[in-house]
Write a protein that binds this ligand. Sequence first.
Ligand code: ZN
Length: 198
Amino acid sequence: MMNLNSPLFDKVRSKPVADEPRAEEGPRCEHPGCARKGEFRAPKGRVHEGEFFRFCLDHVREYNQSYNYFAGMSEGAVQNYQKDALTGHRPTWTVGVNGGPGPESKLDAATLLRARLERLRKARAAAGEPRRRVGKLALKALEALGLDENADRATIRRRFKDLAKRLHPDLNEGDRSREDKLRAIIDAYNYLKSEGLA
Ligand SMILES: [Zn+2]
């Protein structure tokens, strides 16, 4: 049986949305999966003059790092990279040789962002920078929450609160499968906390 008097539930009950950013407080971070406030602007790039992404502090830093990886690259190298990043998609742009429309003009902002972040990840791996070390159990726990090893503390907490709210017994009268799922999520979250990951 599930202990509905667990302090964990009190937390979920008493602080449902109070510390979540609200839509009217301004733009959200545009990093995929991040719900923090987009308090920082980052230029979208060469052919998007005057356009900006909105990011939280962590993600504007990450973005700026990935942006710098492109800064020193030739146009051809950027295009080759983007072809790789868009596996399965035939590139539709024409090659811009002398300042003509480059690949970026044909890519929507989200694709461009994904490409940059993916490049950063590959560059780090190629540089032999150690990947975040996450044990097998922690990885399983993250997967139970629908996350991967890159999820940061804030993302893990947010996801847990979100799932716990949705699966809460108050909202799902006696639905056994949801109760089991909730138990699994609580176990996963507690494990991540015990490992200092959440
Ligand atoms: Zn963010």
